[in-house]
Ligand binder design. Structure first.
Ligand SMILES: Cc1cc2nc3c(=O)[nH]c(=O)nc-3n(C[C@H](O)[C@H](O)[C@H](O)COP(=O)(O)OP(=O)(O)OC[C@H]3O[C@@H](n4cnc5c(N)ncnc54)[C@H](O)[C@@H]3O)c2cc1C
Length: 568
């Protein structure tokens, strides 16, 4: 009987963050549901207790069902016949277990059949599911497409689709096309309105669509004839019950094999417009992608956890030269850095999810009543923080997860190269995290403006002013020195007023900002729970310091003419 929630006390530490009080207060609206639903909480403690209990169920299902099924699912994979997809038997069993436990549509309001979970405990469930099977997380996690219908759909659409998602129907997000990947403005799938039938029809092709044979699709399509950019795109809902979309094939992939990645053909597929015309990419996909990016950040953290667990267990067990390999400094250094990167990406994940929670809850309240000026300010502040932290959580979290999966194999030596150990699957599964939902390069494109506007530096200044435990003070001081060097570097680059040079250094600048932020968050975690995070804070800040020095050294010695060596 394994429980992937209770065996990881770091999760509860993050769940019990002081900001949860405000999040629950906003999400539960003075506990207004308590008289309507017997499972609705009556106060803050009751709400926190319900998150804890549901996460325990998630942990149990992951430990006892999903993780043991992962190897079989990786081997069997889904199959496609006659335009339809059949999941691997293990995937079907996992989905059934989640449905039975009521784990679908978790963040949706109770009146539509959900659990009204804030994003933070929902994302924690995603972290746990990903540790058990990263590919399954994709299918289960697509439930957050319902959020887009909830935010932007009509009341009729909410009533029609969201209860179905909460009851266990699955979703997909159909954006990518052969010529529209990172650049979604190039989407060409055609949406035509029929005056005669009073509805829209979709025609064209999508590719690389996860769970492409889902029950309910969100589709980005070109509704404005003759347009070529993002302003001609709208968002549609396609219901599989109406027919018109077929799966041409399932991609033969490197990893996350249980998750069917589909090429889809749309032939006069009837669809409903979601929200307003022309706002498909500009507004709705941006919101959808921000949610999905947080999901991939959680997936990355879950995989990092799995990689660390496997590496630690192997290093304790494997003996060479008469002792366990964990006793060699070269090995224990790798392991400690893996744990530090895991803890650093996890603390950034939950800092981000709390920011998302606050602004989204206020957005939702604003649909019912006018926000007070203080609430409006709070909404604006947290929306900006969420926007600036999401690309860091996704970008850096997925890079750390990839590094951890690499190191996990290294610790296993030759055995790691064999299919006998889970680390081989983890290594294949993790690779996609830094590609889909926007590659790391695209996360850097999203994040760099917060470097140049000083938004990250402002957050860092707030962290510098936060009280930490006396034993963490020396680390906080080291982080202050790092931030001063980062700030000087940003000034040097922005003063040059050279866009190409800024683009060239962008990744380094974004990394410096995020390492400093993660370092601060870890010193705060270690101040509260030194037994859980003390070592990671020490290891991470030392590592981050040397990385920042490396970047600064590179930037300082770089001349504009040097770019010529790099152009290929
Ligand atoms: C397994 C899998 C599942 C997927 N699931 C879905 C899904 O469910 N729904 C969906 O809509 N899509 C899905 N995708 C598509 C995925 O989101 C895209 O593959 C991804 O966004 C990258 O697009 P691309 O493959 O066209 O690469 P390209 O856009 O061609 O990028 C190629 C390279 O160029 C770089 N690059 C591109 N533009 C820039 C720039 N401006 N600055 C710097 N570098 C740049 C990229 O970083 C990358 O290294 C999935 C893909 C895979 C592989």
């Amino acid at each position: 009987m394994a429980n992937f929630y209770t065996d990881t006390p770091e999760l509860k530490h993050h769940l019990e963050h002081p900001l949860m009080k405000r999040i629950v207060e906003l999400k539960e609206r003075s506990y207004a549901d308590k008289d309507k639903f017997d499972y609705a909480p009556v106060d803050f403690e009751d709400a926190m207790d319900s998150y804890d209990k549901v996460l325990e169920i998630v942990g149990e299902i992951c430990g006892d069902i999903i993780a043991p099924n992962a190897e079989g699912v990786d081997h069997d994979g889904p199959v496609c016949a006659n335009g339809r997809v059949t999941y691997a038997p293990g995937t079907a069993a996992n989905l059934e277990a989640c449905r039975k436990a009521g784990l679908m549509g978790m963040a949706m309001p109770r009146r539509l059949g959900g659990l009204n979970f804030p994003i933070t405990p929902y994302i924690m469930a995603a972290d746990i599911v990903s540790r058990s099977d990263a590919g399954f997380e994709n299918l289960w996690g697509l439930q957050d497409c319902a959020e887009t219908i909830y935010e932007f759909g009509s009341e009729e659409q909410k009533q029609k689709y969201i209860p179905r998602v909460c009851a266990g129907e699955t979703m997909s997000m159909d954006l990518t096309e052969p010529d529209a990947g990172s650049d979604l403005q190039a989407v060409m799938l055609k949406a035509t309105y029929s005056e005669k039938d009073g509805c829209w029809y979709l025609n064209g092709v999508k590719r690389f669509i996860t769970n492409g044979d889902s029950d309910i699709h969100l589709v980005l399509a070109r509704s404005e004839e003759g347009t070529k950019d993002g302003r001609g795109l709208s968002m549609f809902i396609y219901d599989k019950r109406d027919g018109g979309v077929n799966v041409r094939r399932i991609e033969n992939k490197m990893g996350i094999k249980g998750s069917p990645t589909c090429e889809l053909t749309y032939k006069n597929a009837k669809a409903e417009l979601c929200g307003d015309r022309k706002l498909g990419l500009i507004k709705y996909v941006m919101a959808l992608m921000n949610g999905a990016r947080l999901g991939i950040a959680a997936q990355s953290v879950g995989i990092s956890q799995a990689a660390f667990d496997e590496a630690l267990a192997y290093a304790k067990d494997r003996k060479q030269f008469g002792k366990a390999i964990i006793e060699f400094p070269a090995v224990f250094e790798i392991l400690s850095l893996m744990k530090a990167k895991l803890d650093a990406s996890r603390t950034l994940l939950y800092e981000t999810s709390r920011y998302v929670d606050i602004y989204k809850a206020l957005d939702d309240i604003a649909k019912e009543r006018k926000l007070t000026p203080e609430e409006r300010q709070e909404q604006k502040r947290f929306a900006k923080l969420a926007d600036s932290y999401t690309p860091l959580a996704k970008g850096m979290g997925s890079e750390f997860a990839n590094q951890n999966a690499y190191d996990c194999i290294q610790i296993h030596g030759g055995s790691g190269f064999m299919k006998d150990y889970a680390c081989e699957r983890i290594y294949r599964d993790v690779r996609i995290t830094s590609i889909y939902e926007g590659t790391t390069q695209l996360q850097v494109v999203a994040a760099i403006r917060y470097v140049t506007t000083g938004a990250y530096l402002n957050s860092i200044k707030d962290y510098e002013a936060t009280e930490v435990a006396p034993e963490m003070k020396p680390l906080q001081d080291r982080l202050k020195t790092m931030a001063a060097k980062y700030s000087a570097c940003v000034t040097q680059i922005t003063e040059a007023k050279d866009q190409e040079l800024l683009d060239f250094f962008a990744r380094r600048l974004v990394e410096m900002a995020s390492y400093t932020i993660m370092g601060h968050l870890l010193t705060q975690d270690a101040s509260k729970s030194p037994e859980l995070f003390g070592d990671s804070a020490q290891v991470f800040v030392r590592w981050a310091e040397s990385e920042v020095e490396k970047h600064i050294n590179f930037i300082r010695k770089f001349d504009k003419e040097d770019l010529a060596y790099y152009r290929k």
